[in-house]
Ligand binder design. Structure first.
Ligand code: SF4
Ligand code: SF4
Length: 431
């Protein structure tokens, strides 16, 4: 392992752990298993002993503990001693991957296949793999859920500039770039269309470069730092020197990857370091953007739904913009910054969720540990059922996968539609 792989990550913060256990109740994998081996504290202990070369367990057991972490960050937010649990786990994964000990399955295993399809530039392989997985007999035999790709990919082979609609240009003439992420590009392209539509209807011009790819999160969460950095640099270059005030994403996991991990895993010795930092600073999620734009004087349009909808909003673990946020309405109190847009949709009624549990996706976790993941999703649906909504809204590609997989959780007649809040907003502006 090269030392500079995690020059900026606090690699010794495991020494801060005082075993207080505050992180246990918030960890989805501990909650489901009630086993310390799958807890933040247990994982930190394993990393500490591994680094001190006093590990009593085989390396495959350590790899299993790391591979079952969703990187949800819930433990990090609650730890009173600033133990960088997520970073420590990623570092350990990188180390195990370099030693070829992180079991990413055999050559033809699902997780390897998934990573290969995500690297494919135009995502043709990803779409073909999902179409194959949706053939009823394959779906039955694999006992896994695979989303159905909707229509053509959003990103094409040329750059696009979308002008603000009509004469209504906001006071600041805001210009943004749009980063779709691979899922909202090729599996749910409608969400990318809806994000752009909501922006241009509010007088914002939107630039969409062709040469953007996966944010890299599935790769770094598999310990593959080299692919992660390649993809990151590609994205940085796609938006470099373009006249944009912000770069917007509508996926919470892409925000986590770009805002948090890009600066952490690049360092001064890497080519393009300053560009990576600038890109990371410029990228914000769509909800933060509207909040900033409103403060700058944007008069955000109000939409109207034809039929009233009672929904719950699942807050993705990676939508971490809630700390220090002061809600100014009922919807903001429920769901943070996204509540600003929920407030602008006449006919949308949000119902509260008691705990805001994790949905169980965790990117590659859902693919590698499907049954474990499904156990966490099942718990999520307990609080959703209690709220008895007509639909589920969220703001992350991974959460959309897991929440759409309702087989064995809800009866077929009771299945609930899952959508992105930005799509409901875009729809309300058209109606
Ligand atoms: S909350 Fe922090 S200090 Fe306490 S057990 Fe968990 S990691 Fe250790
Ligand atoms: S990141 Fe999430 S899954 Fe991983 S140890 Fe922390 S709380 Fe548990």
């Amino acid at each position: 392992m090269q030392e500079n792989d995690f020059l900026n990550a606090n690699i010794n913060s495991y020494l801060n752990c005082v075993h207080c256990g505050k992180c246990l109740p918030v960890c989805p994998t501990y909650n489901i298993s009630l086993n310390e081996f799958y807890s933040p504290r247990g994982r930190v202990r394993l990393i500490l002993t591994d680094n001190a070369d006093t590990m009593p367990l085989g390396v495959s057991k350590v790899a299993e503990a790391m591979s079952t972490c969703l990187l949800c960050g819930r433990c990090v937010n609650i730890c009173p001693n600033d133990v960088k649990i997520g970073d420590l786990i990623i570092n350990e994964k990188i180390k195990l991957n370099k030693l070829n000990k992180l079991k990413n399955g055999t050559l033809f295993s699902l997780d390897k296949l998934a990573l290969r399809t995500l690297k494919n530039k135009r995502k043709i392989l990803l779409k073909s793999a999902l179409k194959f997985a949706n053939i009823p007999i394959i779906e039955f035999l694999s006992k896994r859920y695979a989303p159905k790709p909707e229509g053509k990919s959003f990103i094409t082979d040329r750059d696009y500039k979308f002008k603000p609609e009509g004469k209504r240009v906001n006071k600041n003439n805001l210009k943004v770039g749009y980063f779709s992420g691979c899922v909202f590009n090729s599996i749910y392209p409608q969400i990318s269309e809806d994000t752009v539509s909501a922006l241009i209807k509010n007088g914002v011009s939107v630039y969409v470069p062709a040469n953007q790819e996966c944010c890299g999160l599935p790769f770094i969460s598999s310990g593959d730092i080299s692919s992660f950095k390649d993809l990151a640099l590609n994205n940085v270059n796609a938006f470099k020197d373009k006249d944009t005030d912000y770069i917007i994403t509508s996926c919470a996991s892409c925000s986590y990857s770009i805002n948090k991990l890009y600066p952490l895993y690049f360092n001064k010795n890497d080519g393009g370091y300053n560009d990576v930092l600038n890109f990371s600073k410029k990228l914000i999620n769509i909800w933060s953007f509207f909040k900033i734009a409103e403060k700058m004087g944007m008069d955000i349009k109000i939409g109207e739904l034809k039929n009233e909808v009672e929904a719950v909003f699942h807050i993705p673990c990676h939508l971490s913009n809630l700390s220090g946020f002061k809600p100014s309405s009922y919807n903001e109190g429920l769901i943070g910054e996204a509540g600003l847009i929920a407030d602008k949709i006449n006919g949308l009624k949000l119902k509260p969720l008691k705990h805001n549990y994790c949905c169980g996706n965790g990117g590659m976790f859902n693919i590698r540990h499907y049954d474990f993941s499904k156990g966490i999703t099942r718990r999520k649906f307990e609080e959703i059922k209690e709220a008895s909504p007509q639909s589920i809204l969220t703001s992350c590609s991974g959460c959309m996968f897991s929440l759409s997989d309702q087989r064995g959780i809800l009866k077929e007649k009771d299945t609930l539609p899952v959508n992105h809040l930005i799509s409901i907003y875009a729809q309300s502006l058209k109606e």
